[in-house]
Design a protein around this ligand. Structure first.
Ligand code: SF4
Length: 196
């Protein structure tokens, strides 16, 4: 992914303002630039007759998108399955349990992930009680804010965001098949269920 640390300028060879790239990296950057260029040009003005001829394909894409969105349906997770937590979440939880303070971005990622899989606010606040700077009122306020007044929690950050903020720890084989910690959770649950 283009967010990985290897792409950051501090990790590249720079000589008099020029960044050296392998042929492979150069192709990857070109690919990304082309993707952005196309995305920035959207939406295009499409003639009505083309819209009509693409209607069936658009319907298929809309259906696929609805299915994908439903993958993140918070209601769907009925029970908490700690065996299915992704490595980044396990790492954050072990830090919390060891009394290590989490960075703000990781705290947000952890709380939103736990809310998304259906853990209740009191359970999450209980987890943070061992933090060295634990302040129940402040923690409750923060968790409540992420939970949202309407009870619709923020969706936890994607793997790309986790990598950008240095919160992706312990990446393993399954991580290569997903792009979101919630997808890891879902896939792992499916794999474990299939194995039983
Ligand atoms: S790849 Fe994603 S799920 Fe895996 S550890 Fe990194 S952030 Fe977590």
């Amino acid at each position: 992914m283009i967010h990985e640390p290897k792409w950051k300028l501090v990790n590249r060879n720079i000589d008099h303002g020029r960044v050296s790239l392998s042929r492979e990296d150069f192709s990857r950057i070109l690919e990304e630039a082309i993707r952005k260029r196309i995305e920035h040009g959207l939406p295009l003005a499409v003639p009505p007759e083309i819209c009509t001829s693409l209607a069936q394909y658009l319907e298929d894409i809309r259906n696929a998108l609805t299915t994908r969105k439903s993958e993140f349906n918070i209601e769907e997770f009925k029970e908490i399955m700690p065996d299915c937590f992704p490595p980044c979440v396990l790492h954050a939880l072990s830090n919390v349990k060891a009394g290590v303070n989490l960075a703000h971005s990781m705290r947000f990622a952890l709380v939103s992930f736990l809310l998304n899989i259906g853990m209740n606010m009191d359970g999450i606040i209980e987890l943070f009680k061992v933090s060295p700077d634990f302040d129940e009122e402040r923690t409750r306020y923060q968790v409540n804010h992420i939970h949202g007044a309407t009870g619709t929690a923020y969706t936890s950050p994607s793997c790309a965001t986790m990598i950008t903020y240095g919160n992706c720890y312990g990446k393993e084989a399954l991580c290569d098949r997903i792009s979101h910690p919630l997808s890891y959770y879902r896939k792992k649950a499916w794999i474990l269920k299939k194995g039983n």
